[in-house]
Unconditional design. Structure first.
Length: 177
């Protein structure tokens, strides 16, 4: 789940969940607004965070018109940047916001896709609506049902080595960096 970490007026680190409507980063408190504010808003936005659907999966994009905005210490050419998890955004006012996009392994119905997809472990085709897990690191699909517990039956993803547990809580915070 994508979210932002930002410090409030008391310098406590708070989390702001991102949903399908995106968010606006503003100069005055509250610094993170759900949804999109326009340039004429009294909140003076300095960046917008937008969800984008790609064939390889969902992504989040930062769009800005502000001079002096930095992502991981670098300027943002053309005012647009596709986020990577744990990116640091420093606003023109010096405020720092962290982006996190933690994908956790979870059991879900396998989607109906255009071409057959084979399980990363047993190599059998995964049928639509069958319980499956998508590796959060590389995107490989695995069966995960009582007959075929392919994801949890081994300690790591066969394609990339990511741990195959289903118990991760995904609670990275900027203090861990």
């Amino acid at each position: 789940m994508a979210h932002l970490w930002v410090r409030d007026a008391a310098e406590r680190l708070i989390e702001a969940q991102l949903d399908g409507a995106g968010a606006t980063l503003a100069v005055e408190p509250p610094f993170v607004h759900a949804g999109l504010l326009d340039l004429g808003s009294a909140q003076r936005p300095w960046a917008w965070i937008l969800p984008v659907r790609l064939t390889s999966g969902d992504a989040w994009v930062l769009v800005t018109t502000a001079d002096g905005l930095l992502v991981n210490g670098a300027s943002v050419p053309a005012g647009i940047r596709v986020f990577d998890s744990r990116d640091e955004v420093r606003g023109p006012d010096g405020r720092i916001v962290f982006f996190a996009d933690e994908r956790l392994a979870r059991i879900e119905p396998f989607p109906d896709v255009d071409r057959p997809v084979r399980c990363g472990r047993c190599t059998c085709e995964i049928e639509p609506a069958v319980a499956a897990v998508r590796c959060p690191a590389c995107g490989a699909w695995y069966h995960e049902c009582s007959d075929f517990p392919c994801w949890t039956s081994v300690p790591f993803c066969q394609a990339c080595g990511h741990a195959t547990g289903l118990d991760g809580d995904g609670r990275w915070t900027p203090e861990e960096s």
